[in-house]
Design a protein around this ligand. Sequence first.
Ligand code: GRG
Length: 396
Amino acid sequence: MSQLATFEVDKHEKFFNRFLLLLPSKLQSEDSNRLALIYFSLHGLGLLKRLNFSKEELIKYSQFIYNDFLIENEEFVAFRATSAFKQTPEYDFGNLSATLFALLNLLILESDYSSKLNNHKVMKFLSMLQVKEGEHKGSFVPTLREVNGKFEQYGESDLRLCYIAASIRHLMRYDSLSPSERINDIDTSALTEFVLNRINFSGGLSAISDVESHLGFTYCGIGCLRLLNYKFGPEFDDTISWLVHRQVDYPAELYNFDYEYHQEEDIGSFNGRDNKFGDTCYSWWCTGSLALIEPKNLSLVDLDRAKYYLLNTTQNQLLGGFSKDPDSNPDPYHSFLAIASLALWQQYEDIIIENGATTRHAESSSDPEPFKFDGIDEALVITKKSKEFFQHTIHY
Ligand code: GRG
């Protein structure tokens, strides 16, 4: 491993600010993911400790989220994915992931959403989306549609939506209310059971039963359980092992033959499933999952190599940001998750070193002081500052 590349904090700051100002035309089709793109950029800047909005700007941007995305009717409160259909009510519905990203954006914009959003009505939306029977019982669908004046569930369920629902429930503080106060609660036992049933023989989790385990879904299952206060025990040992084996390594003696997925520069990265190339985002989905089960699990992977992959292979030294792999352009999703990973590893550095793995080896004594990130909450994937704002300001 040659010397670690510098972390280009100023360029990353500019990169996220550019995306907040203007989306490239290439991302036109991502309009319905606008709240997610804003989330990656705002929390990315937050982790860099470079979110420097004035009070007026914080209010103005929060107002934009309430005005353009909030849907409130007699039954429920939710956020829409795109304001494009605001004027056409027949297509204008609340969306589960938009609701989560709106709330996470409001937290970092320091808006006390508990004074504006009725938590029972948000939970009503969640309850309406939870699957009540059949093989997907306990899981969630993404949205509702109106048929003959009645709402019905619309879309396919999967583990991402389970994680998103558990996050929203936590943000509505339903886990700190007494059972009699939780008037619109979801069925948390059915949700827990649905997630536990997605664990495959390999230890990884899949979107639906008996299909290939995938790291993104594995994070979502583990994150969902953590947000439901599940206590992880030895039943997750195989999952830990599967997670550790997501890190790509190609010892030359093993790969002297022609192996389709052999790519020297992938060493240290993580892949999403067996026999796939490494990808920046899986640095987060893997090490975030390991930390959610127990932070000392982070010492089971080689974080020196992992850091080298991000800083030297997918960091864009010219434009700022991080790309999916060395051949792609940087984008907000991979940039945020690379920075979230680096912040997580720094946050648990003492535990990692105590348990025998080092992250300090990668830095020589002549290197300048490493950049200090804000902390990260590995369950909600938000800055420590936003988590503190939630704890101190959001009361229901
Ligand atoms: C709060 C950060 C945050 C997220 C919310 C949406 C979500 C929760 C998590 C997404 C988890 C994730 C990455 C799921 C995997 C989705 C999927 C089907 C990936 C497969 O994509 P391929 O086949 O990738 O392009 P690989 O690397 O497997 O080839």
